[in-house]
Ligand binder design. Structure first.
Ligand code: BGC
Length: 366
């Protein structure tokens, strides 16, 4: 095992050596172990684990807050779970406080994928293992792993579902559509869009799909801060500017909140409801799908994402180290180990099947 050099200096390093030697005898290891070489090191079974979420503005993050708090506690850890209200400085301060409180692992869903380098380097220097949650952490070497549902895959499913919904509900093409993306600071958002466009672009090129506004770039389609109200006002403008004498057949939506905003704007403009995609299987959207309004969503169950993350934390705690990743992602500074889960498209046709083991969502289908 290699000891990481820290700013604490020689005295502290010697203390750390002592602590390691002692704990090696007692079977639980503490100290300044290099996280990348943590196999065999481990940390106390009741260690503090920090979880820094970007905001609580969509159902998935609220579920994550509840589940991390409960499940980390049930696993014997001391959870420190906070959310940053979509503000980068607030998230930086919360992570600093977690380091000061001796967190052994910090799980981060970044507000902005590129803005946490400095604070995460401080975390690494203190021997903390950093795990990206749901979103990739970019532009820093101070990240050890990311757990997520593939974001390109998610986008591909959204794009394909838009095509399927158009064929199912809107007769033969060509179809008039518009495109929405998520918050540009979130590294998932351009990937969702990229995945969707890999399916949609060939159909735009062959004339099956017509983006009437011509707004096909992510920068034009993005929704600042994933703010539903901003999406709704962009949809209002698109409808009044380009569709006063046309039908809109479909809209690519990156998540459920934005999907419902798009449906509201369409309804208010007197349009027959367009085929709209989504993400998260939020309760309100599950109901909307069941009522035949929103066409689809993509389920990425928070229980699975939190469960996988806690499995990794347990592996680190026991000294086993992180398992072999499913793939790596270039974050601009390093290839980050990625642990992947599978997203699933949900429509009215398969909702009962997909939610068979999710009593809360199943109960909404009636
Ligand atoms: C998550 C989505 C969520 C969105 C807005 C994304 O990073 O993957 O589940 O809807 O953020 O909160």
């Amino acid at each position: 095992m290699k000891l990481k050099r820290t700013k604490l200096g020689t005295a502290a390093a010697l203390l750390a050596v002592g602590a390691l030697a002692l704990s090696a005898c007692s079977g639980s290891t503490r100290g300044e172990a290099d996280p990348s070489e943590s196999a065999g090191a481990g940390f106390a079974a009741d260690a503090t684990i920090g979880v820094s979420l970007p905001w609580l503005g969509t159902q998935n993050w609220k579920e994550a807050e509840t589940l991390f708090t409960k499940d980390l506690k049930d696993a014997g850890f001391n959870p420190l779970v906070q959310a940053a209200d979509n503000k980068v400085p607030q998230q930086q301060q919360q992570i600093e406080a977690m380091i000061e409180q001796g967190a052994k692992v910090i799980v981060v869903g970044p507000v902005d994928g590129t803005q946490l380098g400095t604070v995460l380097e401080t975390a690494h220097d203190a021997g903390v293992t950093v795990i990206g949650y749901d979103r990739l952490i970019e532009n820093t070497a101070a990240v050890d792993a990311v757990v997520q549902f593939g974001s390109i895959r998610t986008g591909e499913l959204q794009g394909q579902s838009l095509l399927d919904g158009l064929a199912e509900r809107k007769g033969a093409g060509p179809y008039n559509i518009e495109l929405f993306g998520g918050g540009p600071a979130d590294p998932n958002a351009p990937n969702f869009f990229k995945g969707a466009m890999s399916v949609l672009q060939p159909k735009i090129d062959d004339g099956t799909l017509v983006v009437v506004s011509g707004q096909t770039d992510f920068t034009q389609a993005a929704t600042q801060d994933w703010d539903n109200a901003k999406a709704q006002s962009r949809m209002d403008s698109l409808l009044s500017g380009f569709y006063s004498d046309k039908k809109i057949d479909g809209v690519l939506s990156p998540n459920d909140g934005i999907a419902r905003a798009i449906l509201t704007a369409s309804e208010q403009a007197g349009q027959e409801l367009p085929v709209v995609t989504g993400l998260d299987a939020e309760n309100e959207s599950v109901v909307s799908i069941w009522e035949g309004k929103q066409y689809s969503t993509v389920a990425k169950p928070t229980e699975e994402l939190v469960g996988k993350t806690i499995d990794l934390i347990k592996d680190l705690q026991s000294g086993k180290g992180l398992p072999t990743p499913d793939e790596t992602a270039d974050n601009g500074k390093k290839d980050v180990d990625v642990y992947l889960l599978d997203p699933v498209v949900v429509t009215k046709a398969n909702a009962k099947e997909v939610f068979a083991n999710d009593p809360a969502r199943l109960a909404l289908l009636k």
